[in-house]
Design a protein around this ligand. Sequence first.
Ligand SMILES: [Zn+2]
Length: 411
Amino acid sequence: MSQCRNCRDNKLEMILDLGAQPPSNSFLSPEDIDRGETRYPLELLYCPSCQLLQLSYSLDPAEIFTNYVYVSSTSPVHCSHLAEMARYLYNFMNPQKEDLAIDIGSNDGALLKGYEGCEVRILGIEPSSVAEIARKRGIPVHKAFFSERTARDVVEQNGLAKIISAANVFAHVSDHDDFLKGIQALLRDDGIFVIEVPHALDMLDKRLFDTIYHEHIFYFSVHALEDILERRGFRIFRIEKFEMSPSGPPIRVFVCKRNGAFREEDSVRHQKEEELRKGLTDIAVYKKFAERVWNVKAELLNVLEDLKGKGEKILGYGAPAKGNTLLNTFGIGRHWLDVILEKNDLKFGLLTPGTHIPIVDEDTFDVSGYHYALLLSWNLVDEFLKKSPFIKKGGKFIVPLPEPKIVPGED
Ligand SMILES: [Zn+2]
């Protein structure tokens, strides 16, 4: 990849080279180890002409999504965030009951569930087998990758959509031309397209480098997003900012067709001003971010070494995809972590890609003898501090980012 995927400029700059890594969601079974794993370069590049952060290498989506194991509803906090998003969109658009609300990348139906009790037709579009979970919950799903072709099929069967949402999807889309042609075809002229993506501003501010993995081809600033959308006949008219999502604090970006009736609100200008203040159009800021990532590595390995030196055994806690970027980038394998506790039963009995740490059931694993756990789902630290059986038994979490610390602290 030598050309920007958005503006086709060929002067991309290397920001962060995380080495060759297996895909972050490619958990493997113990029998698969001998077959070996394929590693792909994980390099973050920056386009100085349109400000878009992107990976040098993107995987074939079929490879990622055929055996997809991420299920939204395993995080209650994330799940209610998505359901609230649906209700918010419903109230904002006030649709008629024959109107159509579509969620792209609908996963297990966590967002569409939020329209329950609302008078509007709903439809999910989802390529992975997780679609079946949504169907079992009574949510209609068109099982396909979203593309212009898919959009035309959906229009033929269901008509045009008044609301299209896509939460944590846009960063996975390698071909914005085709995807946005699909949105043009599927969206009514008076409709809205609402995307939620992690904000590059926070990735830089809070050193969230673990959100970098092959599935996420892009890391968006508002500047970059606006460039992508405007080139393809859309415009942004509102932006809202939230605290947390699985991949860092998201921005919710409200988009309409270029000639849509929505007036641009101040929030758009405010977000862009904030990005300028923080230097997001200056490559030096990105280089600085990379430097800070390597500092975190040194600090975290110190913490682990210190504990090991005192004879402590260490657990991992939570096995999200991003945990694998952290483990593989920092070289944290079975030498450091005995097992990883997890509550998504699709992952029990599997090993982490690259580092081969066994994943076990949080509810049944005997934690006696363990006092410390590296929290890989560290963005949910509050939820884990409240609910985890490990903490109730007096355990402590090592939170790796934005800077390594141990919680709860010593009394
Ligand atoms: Zn570009």
